[in-house]
Design a protein around this ligand. Structure first.
Ligand code: C5P
Length: 232
């Protein structure tokens, strides 16, 4: 039997409304390159990744141009024009579209297009930490701040202990068959691990990095550029 392979699946079908930019945020230029291209180059540069799939919306008017200027990605990346109304649906559509190329026991690393700070080293760390795990796992960061729960008026109603709390990042890495089953059975989830948890399983946490944060609001752009230029 051949060893399981590692595939990347990038949901990139969001509108990025909170960014308030003219184009979807994954197509914003950052440190001289579109946000999505940073992510695709990182996966393409990793010798452990067999192939990368990127899910965009059926009406996406940017991806073809972006890839036409990136000949080195031609046989490393496949575009799936089947984004859904939510991240959950976009990932599931991507999994179904890659079905023919992937075996049940192969690993799929799902990574947000909006996390351009991922590095090949972080991919290696995740794979090393999870590849012999029964369930799968994800990059995450231990919470260091004291956490407050607020009421509707913005006043503190409780202090939440940070013991054992982590902020989930991506990639999140699960075997193809398990991930497809979990996402098909889950009602709306915001990450893959939650769908797997709903099956009663416990994904493994692997320490990520602050530079792998999700670019969401306009003020995130400057910090992302500092990381990408290596000056943060
Ligand atoms: O909006 P948010 O930053 O949480 O999105 C996380 C990732 O999911 C982004 O890469 C975004 O493009 C993707 N997404 C998607 N389909 C949607 C919504 C978000 O692929 N309908």
């Amino acid at each position: 039997m051949t060893s399981p392979r590692f595939f990347a699946l990038i949901p990139a079908a969001g509108a990025g409304a909170r960014m308030g930019a003219e184009c979807p945020k994954q197509y914003m230029p950052l440190a001289g390159k579109l946000m999505l291209m940073h992510v695709l180059d990182t996966f393409a540069g990793s010798s452990q990744i067999a192939h990368t799939y990127v899910v965009v919306s059926a009406e996406d008017g940017y991806i073809d141009d972006a890839l036409s200027g990136a000949r080195h990605l031609a046989d490393r990346v496949t575009v799936i024009y089947k984004g859904g109304p939510t991240r959950h649906k976009s990932v599931l559509n991507g999994l179904l579209a890659m079905r023919e190329q992937v075996r049940d026991e192969d690993w799929v690393l799902v990574h947000d297009a909006a996390r351009p700070g991922l590095t090949e080293g972080l991919i290696e760390r995740l794979i090393a930490g999870v590849q012999s795990d029964e369930v799968g796992g994800l990059l995450a960061l231990p919470i260091v701040d004291t956490l407050k729960r607020s009421d509707a008026a913005g006043r503190v109603v409780a202090t939440v202990t940070r013991d054992g709390l982590w902020a989930a990042q991506t990639p999140q890495m699960f075997r193809y068959a398990l991930l497809q089953r979990a996402l098909q059975q889950a009602t709306e989830v915001t990450d893959e691990a939650s769908a797997v948890e709903a099956l009663g399983l416990k994904p493994k946490l692997v320490e990520g990095s602050p530079r792998n944060f999700k670019v969401t609001l306009p003020h995130d752009v400057a910090l992302a550029e500092l990381h990408l230029k290596g000056t943060a």
